[in-house]
Write a protein that binds this ligand. Structure first.
Ligand SMILES: Nc1nc2c(ncn2[C@@H]2O[C@H](COP(=O)(O)OP(=O)(O)OP(=O)(O)O)[C@@H](O)[C@H]2O)c(=O)[nH]1
Ligand SMILES: [Mg+2]
Length: 275
């Protein structure tokens, strides 16, 4: 059997999480039109005929500013170090800057099994000098070809994960990410980038689950926007999250959301905020 780890790298918004979700067939990682959606390395496991691929979805590569950013880039480096195959994705509809070209050249010297992937080819393409496999998860074009190429590069070995798993993340993580994804897709401006979502209580019985969640933002004013007029935004978020949990666990869900302000959490010990 062919088995191994495949690191999925690229700049923010390149389409990494979209590709991993598409191939795994489940919503492993949240997707948004905003840059820097993914913060942790998230495993997405795909089992196929005679193979198991463990995708490591990573945060988009960017320059470090605060503790959260540094944590994100550490995730990228360790994903490269433990990978059998490295995918480097770039958005074909955008122009590539010299800095990215340099990064790719450097990556070539560091990784043996590197596959360059040009994404979003359903959109109008910019000129690119990089020789890459061109795909779209919107139309599915050449994704199967990419899959075959990955499998051909994987080493022989036993399955790493139980075949029933599709991610390494806990249910609590998936729920907090779902909520963060809702905020990224529904709240304007930069507010969601300063939000952490932490499940503080998870109490599951056979027919019922009770979940308490803290939504931490950086300003009093942001708190007001997250709660919304007459609590409207929070209500919508609560309904969506509850529906998601009930679909995931198959039991009724009682969900409480608390919005809190912590001005400088991105510069504190990020582990305290679920990272
Ligand atoms: N048209 C089109 N859009 C795509 C395609 N793949 C991804 N997108 C869109 O591109 C945006 C970014 O996708 P993500 O999968 O979140 O990108 P990412 O690389 O994981 O981004 P970060 O987590 O921020 O690093 C989303 O709005 C996706 O819907 C594609 O093949 N075609
Ligand atoms: Mg992502």
């Amino acid at each position: 059997m062919k088995c191994g780890y495949v690191a999925v790298l690229g700049q923010p918004n390149a389409g990494k999480s979209s590709l991993v979700n598409y191939l795994v067939g489940e919503e492993v990682a949240i997707v948004s039109h905003r840059r820097q959606t993914t913060r942790n390395s998230i495993l997405g496991i795909k089992n196929g005929d005679g193979y198991q691929i463990v995708f490591v979805d990573t945060p988009g590569i960017h320059h470090s500013k605060n503790n959260l950013d540094r944590f994100m880039m550490k995730n990228v480096r360790s994903a490269i170090a433990s990978a059998d195959v490295v995918l480097y994705l770039f958005d074909g509809s955008k122009e590539m800057e010299q800095e990215e070209l340099d990064y790719i050249e450097n990556l070539k010297t560091k990784t043996e099994n590197l596959i360059l992937v040009q994404t979003k080819i359903d959109k109008k393409q910019s000129k690119h000098s990089v020789d890459a496999l061109k795909i779209s998860v919107e139309t599915g074009e050449s994704v199967e070809k990419l899959l075959e190429k990955i499998v051909s590069l994987l080493p022989e070995g036993d399955a790493i994960y139980d075949e029933e798993l599709y991610t390494d993340k806990s249910v609590s993580f998936l729920i907090s990410e779902k909520i963060r994804g809702f905020l990224l897709n529904n709240i304007d401006k930069e507010i969601p980038h300063g939000v952490a979502v932490v499940v503080t209580n998870f109490d599951e019985s056979e027919s019922f689950v009770q979940i308490d969640v803290d939504i931490i933002c950086e300003r009093e004013q942001h708190k007001g926007i997250i709660i919304g007029k007459g609590g409207g935004m929070l209500k919508m978020l609560g309904q969506e999250a509850r529906k998601y949990v009930e679909g995931l666990l198959g039991v009724k869900c009682m969900l409480k959301l608390f919005v809190k302000v912590d001005k400088d959490w991105r510069n504190k010990n990020v582990q305290d905020y679920g990272y």
